[in-house]
Design a protein around this ligand. Sequence first.
Ligand SMILES: Nc1ncnc2c1ncn2[C@@H]1O[C@H](COP(=O)(O)OP(=O)(O)O)[C@@H](O)[C@H]1O
Ligand SMILES: [Mg+2]
Length: 338
Amino acid sequence: MSDRTDRQSDGPRAAPRARTPAQALFRRLFVINGLVFTVGTLVLALSPATVSSPVLLAEVPVLTVGLALIVAANALLLRASLAPLDALAALMQRVDLLRSGDRLTDSGNGDLTHLIDTFNAMLDRLEAERSAASAYALAAQEGERQRIARELHDEIGQSLTVVLLGLKRAADRAPDDLREELHTVQETVRASLDEVRQVARRLRPGVLEDLGLQSALSALSSDFSAVSGVPVTRRVDPGLPALSGDVELVLYRIAQESLTNVARHAHATRVELSLTAGAGHLTLRITDDGRGGALQEGAGIRGMRERALLIGARLTLASAPGGGTDVRLVIPDAAERS
Ligand SMILES: Nc1ncnc2c1ncn2[C@@H]1O[C@H](COP(=O)(O)OP(=O)(O)O)[C@@H](O)[C@H]1O
Ligand SMILES: [Mg+2]
């Protein structure tokens, strides 16, 4: 962002030189061609060589060499001048707004500077807009999750509790042959109530608000191990800096999606989850020893990237086939309290 304002404030100083890309290219081609023709003409004028009419056979090689030299010089100069266009096209093809900061540096090719600057500024703008749109969408998604979690807990949870109490009262007064059956129904309702509470907890990480990140990550790991049967080694630095609510939520959701992916895809035998503070940054890592090979990024991984971008963090995913998967989120200090 600051890049962009810098570039914009450069504007007035650069203004007298600024040409549209078409003008800049025209000028460059005109200058190069003019230069080559001038040198060719000077060489012709100053050298003792003459051309007869009609051309003598002995003069043909001289003319051919002269022409070849002019064409070659022209081609060399034009190629060097137009090279940045290839770099620009390559950047257009590879650019991914979820991996921010990929920019073209102007290698002193004066006339194309304006084109490169304009393109870089467009990327800045698109990245900022993309980031704002994801922030909005993610906030809406979190809001919706909270609403569903509340309704599950307060409405369905309450109704099931009432049903459970009614069943208990009925079972107490029922004849022996019916009591057994009512107990079975009671157990089924109790299991459903537990499931509803679990779903509500996954939707809204209440522990995050109530007990903080450490306990939330610990509950997440235990839930994961209980469901998947894969043990998690957890290492959370005791002296972590105070983090903003947004950063904590991003950390929690990325750990949650990574563990879900391990359970669904990895066939792992163990998982390591660590959150450590290093020099100037905070790192979350989720490593498994499963089958690896996560090459196709689906909605889950793209969602993680969007969340990372939201807090100015960098997400990398290493997943060699057969070599397990390593998800790493690095949050620079400046973003921690954002
Ligand atoms: N820990 C992992 N181990 C092996 N493969 C993985 C792992 N995480 C993700 N993948 C692969 O990457 C793909 C994309 O993951 P993701 O974007 O989360 O989408 P989804 O989980 O909905 O399939 C998965 O379909 C899976 O093939
Ligand atoms: Mg997934």
